[in-house]
Design a protein around this ligand. Structure first.
Ligand SMILES: Cc1ncc(COP(=O)(O)O)c(C=O)c1O
Length: 384
């Protein structure tokens, strides 16, 4: 079905941070399958783990145990503030699970709470519940009626958020960086306030780390930058390094709100996906990969900041290897994306006419420099 606006490229294979199309033309990849392929392509440890697991067992029902699932759950819990995890297959499913977990948590408690507060400009997925939470009417308008009791508040506005959280609020859900909306970073004070307001009113604080999680910002979870402790966090995208997997993590009594039969997934937590994600988490927690992401992210951001000399570069922002350049609306980001592809660089354009850079974590400073030179060449020949 014609759901996607595609670039006229057919990608065949990849090596490191470089992709090759079916004509053999190389492209340095700053998209990473939209923040998914964090280990790049043909990573030896990753491919070995997937191949070995495929030869042993690809799928088994959740009516049995499997070792890769148990090991991944253990690694996620050991390296986080969370107590339990539910595995699914995508970001939308991880968020859908969070919505159900919120409902189940308040179900049967004396005070029923249904309202979920979400931010405008957010992106949480394409299922009916997550589409409702996504604060962008262009995605949800054709699908009304949506989930009831969802309230939208402008992102980064403490006063409106404060007014929205009351004794009927079950949860607040937000991203620390709105990736799809153009890499809009939450103010630290806003997040800290949101967290405190939830605590004060007995509402749950949920972070969608589908795009920001699993090391993307230089920390395993991006909330670690802000000194807050969400009740529920969702992951997907980079978690499997390319094999589909989603995860919903929760703390304390929230983590035990589901009992057997309350939620489920045929494929969620299958051994192949968990073996794949196991390598990603292992590299992030047992090597200096996180520090490397932070260092390369700083280097990259500093280089991009130099483009502020051009009057059409309105802002350079982001954290770690999740960066964006917001362009003046008169200079179409999609045209720059096309020109970069012609020069052998894959970049995409997110909301607000923002060039978004979310490369594999193994991108090198030399590859960052090459992108800089290509963009400098394009900008220096631009007349606006
Ligand atoms: C923050 C966020 N949440 C959820 C999703 C949905 O993930 P998926 O496409 O895997 O369902 C996305 C996808 O872009 C996202 O960026």
């Amino acid at each position: 079905m014609p759901c996607f606006n595609r670039q006229n490229l057919c990608i065949e294979r990849g090596e490191g941070a470089v992709l090759y199309d079916t004509d053999g033309k190389p492209y340095i990849d700053f998209v990473a399958g939209i923040a998914v392929n964090c280990l790049g392509y043909n990573h030896p440890k990753h491919v070995k783990a997937i191949t070995e697991q495929a030869s042993k067992l690809i799928h088994i029902s959740n009516i049995y145990y499997n070792e890769p699932q148990a090991k991944l759950a253990e690694a996620l819990i050991k390296n986080s503030i969370f107590d339990r995890v539910f595995f699914s297959n995508s970001g939308a499913e991880a968020n859908e699970c969070a919505v159900k977990l919120i409902r189940k948590y308040f179900y049967g408690r004396s005070k029923k709470r249904f309202k979920i507060v979400t931010a405008t400009g957010s992106f949480h997925g394409r299922t009916m519940a997550t589409l409702t939470l996504t604060g962008q009417p262009k995605y949800s308008d054709p699908y009304a009626p949506l989930l009831p009791d969802v309230e939208y508040v402008p992102f980064n506005d403490n006063a409106v958020l404060k007014a929205a959280i009351d004794e009927n609020t079950a949860a607040v859900i937000m991203e620390t960086i709105q990736g799809e909306n153009g890499v809009i970073v939450a103010d630290g004070a806003y997040l800290i306030d949101a967290y405190a307001l939830c605590k004060a009113k007995g509402a749950l604080f949920v972070l969608d780390e589908v795009q920001t999680g699993v090391g993307r910002t230089g920390k395993l979870f991006s909330f670690e930058h802000f000194g807050i402790q969400p009740d529920i966090v969702t992951l997907a995208k980079g978690l499997g390094g390319g094999v589909p997997i989603g995860a919903t993590l929760a703390r304390g009594t929230i983590a035990t709100a589901f009992t057997a039969g309350d939620h489920g997934s045929t494929f969620g937590g299958n051994p192949l996906a968990c073996a794949s994600a196991g390598v990603v988490i292992d590299l992030l927690t047992n090597t200096d990969l996180l520090a490397e992401i932070e260092r390369k992210g700083e280097y990259f951001k500093n280089r991009l900041r130099a483009f502020k000399k051009y009057k059409w570069v309105k802002d350079v922002r982001g954290l770690g290897l999740m960066l964006g350049i917001e362009l003046d609306p008169k200079l179409k980001g999609t045209e720059i994306v096309g020109k970069l592809a012609g020069k052998g660089f894959l970049v995409n354009c997110a909301g607000n006419n923002t060039l978004r850079f979310i490369p594999p974590y193994i991108i090198t400073e030399k590859q960052i420099d090459m992108l800089y030179d290509a963009l400098e060449d394009i900008f220096s020949k631009t007349n606006l």
